[in-house]
Design a protein around this ligand. Structure first.
Ligand code: 1GP
Length: 231
């Protein structure tokens, strides 16, 4: 089991992007609460198992964000299965999930799997292009997806996914305030965090902030996004 209710900061590593041993050590020993391995394109079994093996030298929890049934590697602490709630391409709503469940049959350790309801909000992101997400959403639209996730689908997690760009802080906070008032959802925010101020701001609108790209662009800045008390 994972103790994600206590996570305020996680790094997301993309198996398709090379990372040196030194950088990986700095990430894993940064004080972050966990590492998620995930990405949209170019994710293979070999790349995932290689990265998992390197992260396993460190004590922190490691979660696989499942994006491709051919790259599901055993041995993670937990598996996050994305459900893109605002996808408009029906192929991406439940079809890949059904195919994977059919392929793996009874071998899936369901106790280690959580479904994460994603609301994709950056139209230029790879995940938005892939799933043809409807991203031009009002506050009421996004809150309604959150309610749908909590009350209809009984999901534990809701993820505001701005991958590659920073969301409007007041919008993210308004979604958070509304959903925390009426649901038990754990809210993730991810997208464009590249310094400490942005991380702190977005923590006002999320239980957990997810930091990805900046790891590969400016490691020093990435490490600064870990909240003060954790370092
Ligand atoms: C991506 O939400 C994460 O899935 C993090 O976004 O890569 O823009 O930091 P960035």
């Amino acid at each position: 089991m994972i103790d994600s209710q206590y996570w305020s900061h996680v790094f997301k590593l993309d198996p398709d992007k090379p990372i040196s041993d030194e950088a990986l050590e700095a990430i894993c020993e940064s004080g972050t609460d966990a590492v998620i391995i995930g990405g949209t394109y170019g994710i293979t079994y070999e790349k995932v198992i290689d990265l998992l093996g390197r992260i396993r030298r460190y004590a922190l929890p490691c979660v696989l964000e499942v994006s491709n049934q051919d790259a599901i590697v055993p041995g993670f602490d937990h598996y996050f299965v994305p459900l893109v709630l605002n996808a408009t391409n029906p192929e991406w709503i439940l079809k890949p999930h059904q195919r994977a469940i059919k392929a793996f049959g009874t071998m899936i350790p369901w106790e280690d799997v959580s479904v994460v309801g994603y609301c994709v909000l950056n139209p230029a992101s790879a995940v938005s292009e892939l799933t043809q997400s409807e991203t031009n959403l009002s506050l009421d639209d996004v809150v309604a997806y959150g309610r749908l996730a909590a009350h209809m689908l009984k999901l534990p997690y809701f993820y505001l996914e701005y991958s590659g760009t920073v969301g409007e802080a007041s919008f993210v906070q308004a979604v958070y305030q509304q959903l925390k008032k009426e649901t038990d959802l754990h809210l993730f925010y991810g997208g464009g965090i590249s310094n400490r101020t942005q991380a702190e701001t977005m923590l006002n609108g999320a239980d957990t902030v997810v930091v990805g790209n900046v790891i590969y662009e400016d490691l020093r800045q990435a490490l600064q996004t870990v909240p003060e008390g954790k370092r």
